[in-house]
Ligand binder design. Structure first.
Ligand code: GTR
Length: 329
């Protein structure tokens, strides 16, 4: 829903004299509503705010973004349809909640697909990333940019995880993605898909034994207080994505659309600066807060998760994406 700040009397005047002032849509100030589940101050929030500042400057205040943080507009999966229908204009969300809807989004979420953060950035910034962004269009969404999400590792309240066998029988929360369910099942654990906002209480009450996430989310949610064993499996670098409702996007003329796309891409640079700093700060905070961190030998996890590729990388297009990612140096 675009919030138009044009006063009714002005709109009436514009409608009465279109030849002089031009089309009303080119004049009206617009505030885009953007959703995010993270709290204010999280890098994804500040990056979208930065994008909003760029747009505001470049349009003399005509286009702005209002970021609704802390899941004020709903948990991730619930916000997808609202964004598709144009109730929400923009959505900063992880790739995982799209996995069941858009096949190619599974690819960058796959376990151990990226060799490093640098590898992930190179792939997502290039032609492979662009082709995945384009796959949002048939779903009434415009893929604007990818943001970093670090690497996801398992944490739990029972014991340090050193090998897949240590996870056998554990109840692990995953995002609402069949691929993540399969990834956890491949380790012999029980996967419980659940919205992000329910994880703290579920850990606290023992509904689940653990979950998986990056340093900043493990810290900002305070999951480390109720799930102190954080084992550095670093099994997925599933990136964040910034999408816009196609309905909202189509209301802009081509010049404004280009400004929106450019500002989104520029916010990626800002986001990475914020992200790199936040990862370090979050790690320090959880260590100081009593989290027990251990590194793991990754090969047994890589081997155990191989069946996930067989099950999810099925069509020629996905096979090609995986091969191209692996060939990217
Ligand atoms: C975070 C990510 C969120 C969401 C969350 C989760 O790292 O930024 O978008 O995916 O993980 O686990 O639900």
């Amino acid at each position: 829903m675009l919030t138009r700040r044009t006063f009714m009397s002005t709109a009436g005047a514009l409608a009465a004299t279109p030849a002089i002032v031009g089309p009303a849509s080119a004049q009206a100030a617009i505030t885009l509503r953007s959703t995010d589940i993270h709290p204010d101050g999280y890098p994804t929030i500040d990056a979208v705010k930065f994008m909003g500042q760029l747009l505001e400057q470049r349009t003399q205040g005509r286009i702005k973004i209002n970021v609704f943080h802390s899941a004020q507009l709903g948990q991730e999966r619930d916000t997808i349809d609202q964004t598709r229908f144009g109730v929400i204009d923009m959505n900063r969300i992880n790739m995982a909640p799209f996995n069941n809807l858009i096949a190619s989004t599974n690819v960058p979420s796959l376990p151990f697909i990226f060799r490093s953060v640098a590898h992930m950035r190179k792939v997502m910034d290039g032609a492979i990333g662009d082709s995945i962004l384009n796959d949002f269009t048939p779903h009434n969404l415009v893929g604007l940019a990818f943001y970093d999400s670090g690497s996801r590792s398992f944490y739990n309240s029972k014991r340090p995880i050193n090998t897949p066998a240590d996870m056998r029988g554990m109840k692990i929360r995953v995002q609402q993605s069949d691929m993540f369910v399969a990834l956890v099942q491949a380790l012999g654990a029980n996967a419980t898909p659940m919205p992000f906002g329910e994880v703290y209480t579920s850990l606290q009450t023992g509904v689940i034994d653990g979950a998986e996430n990056n340093w900043p989310s493990y810290e900002s949610t305070r999951h480390f207080e109720v799930s102190k064993f954080y084992s550095l499996t670093e099994h997925s670098l599933s990136p964040e994505v910034l999408v816009m409702s196609k309905r909202s996007f189509d209301k802009f003329n081509a010049a404004d659309q280009a400004l929106i796309r450019a500002a989104a891409k520029e916010s990626v640079v800002k986001m990475r600066e914020l992200w790199d700093a936040r990862e370090k700060a979050s790690e320090a905070k959880v260590r100081a807060g009593g989290a027990q961190i251990n590194t793991v030998e990754k090969q047994p996890f890589i081997d155990a998760m191989k069946p996930v590729y067989d099950r999810f990388v099925t069509d020629a297009k996905m096979k090609d994406l995986v091969a191209r990612i692996q060939a990217t140096t």
